[in-house]
Design a protein around this ligand. Structure first.
Ligand SMILES: [Fe+2]
Ligand SMILES: [Fe+2]
Length: 209
């Protein structure tokens, strides 16, 4: 009888481990939350900020002064997005964490292509998914910060595409861009009373060149 109990115990232990392992895997596969998405967005914006500053330097060395200005303006916008995401992360009890990688810098034309790819992904895939989740969680702060970023990224993609298509005209001295310090919207034209994205007064815009 004792031998039978011992055999039963020996057979049960591996099964128990398998069950525990399955439970742990299920936990790891838990759906992402808005806090996870905010951290991912914070990391993405922090990296974009560093990448665009490096691209601006490269554009200056290649005499594309106007592209350099655009990269600096977009870098400022990404910094604003990261800051906005960080506020919401802290509100949810988290600590904003970013792993800023050394940017891969190529020619200005290639850097513009990479930037268009990144902005398009954020505009079409990343932020729409994060917004869906934030709405499902009824997190209005997250919806707002994701919306501000998505609108600005769409404009960045447009500005980068125009720059790439007219690269020969982007040489020489820099150009002044205006960045909304509330939402990061980026424009060359201050012909409006309120920010078209967040409706802040015009004086919230900062000149970057
Ligand atoms: Fe952007
Ligand atoms: Fe704004």
């Amino acid at each position: 009888m004792r031998a039978l109990i011992l055999i039963g115990f020996v057979l049960c232990v591996p099964a128990l481990f398998t069950t525990m392992k399955t439970m742990a895997t299920a936990q790891n596969a838990a759906p992402t939350t808005t806090l996870d998405n905010l951290q991912a967005a914070y990391n993405g914006e922090s990296n974009a900020h560093a990448r665009y500053l490096a691209f601006a330097q490269k554009a200056d060395t290649e005499d594309y002064g106007k592209v350099a200005s655009l990269f600096r303006a977009a870098a400022r916008a990404e910094e604003i997005h990261a800051g906005n995401h960080a506020v919401v992360i802290k509100k949810l009890g988290g600590t904003p964490l970013a792993k800023v990688e050394t940017p891969v810098v190529k020619s200005t034309a290639e850097n513009l292509e990479a930037a268009i790819k990144g902005e398009s992904y954020e505009r079409d895939t990343m932020y729409p998914q994060f917004l869906k989740q934030a709405r499902a969680e009824h997190n209005r702060d997250a919806v707002e910060t994701f919306n501000f970023a998505k609108t600005a990224e769409a404009e960045h993609a447009r500005l980068y595409t125009t720059a790439l298509n007219n690269l020969a005209d982007m040489r020489g001295t820099g150009q002044t861009y205006y960045v909304c310090t509330v939402c990061g919207y980026t424009t060359t034209n201050l012909d409006f009373a309120k920010c078209i994205s967040c409706f802040s007064p015009k004086h919230k815009y900062q000149a970057v060149s």
